[in-house]
Design a protein around this ligand. Sequence first.
Ligand SMILES: [Ca+2]
Ligand SMILES: [Ca+2]
Length: 172
Amino acid sequence: MWYNSMDVNHDGKVSVKDVQESENKFTNLHELVGEKANRVQDNIDAWWNKYIFVTGTKKEISESEFVEKLTEAYKIDKIAFKREMQACFDCIFAILDANKDRNIDLDEYINASKAFGHENEALVRKIFSLFNVDPENEALPVRDIVSAWVTFVTEEDSDVTDIIMEAFSEGL
Ligand SMILES: [Ca+2]
Ligand SMILES: [Ca+2]
């Protein structure tokens, strides 16, 4: 499910094309230009290379390779795997938190979802509302959304439901 959510252009595989599309969409949505756009694109690029492609050179990974990679890492050292996933989601949400206030507000959430190819705004709004959004500033602390993803990726017991799982079952 995580794999499919990164297939930004919906061609059935995760490749360098998805990287380009996610970068372009994200910088366009936030109307970033020039140096700033380049910097953000470099950061997004680095995230894909470090956490998704890993081996790097071919910049494409199949679903079975991806699942195998995660399963292997998990088997070798669960604590290290969890730490790695924490770093992975910390890194991407730090980028997606466009105004750097350590909260993801609805606009940032919608833009982040669009950047990853999820254009159904009504659905994205619904998923955002599943999270325990702080009513004060109507935003979601980055650490909460990161921990939801880490739980989703590292939870062994499939009976434990989490928000990300729920989001996928809603059709994300
Ligand atoms: Ca793709
Ligand atoms: Ca923010």
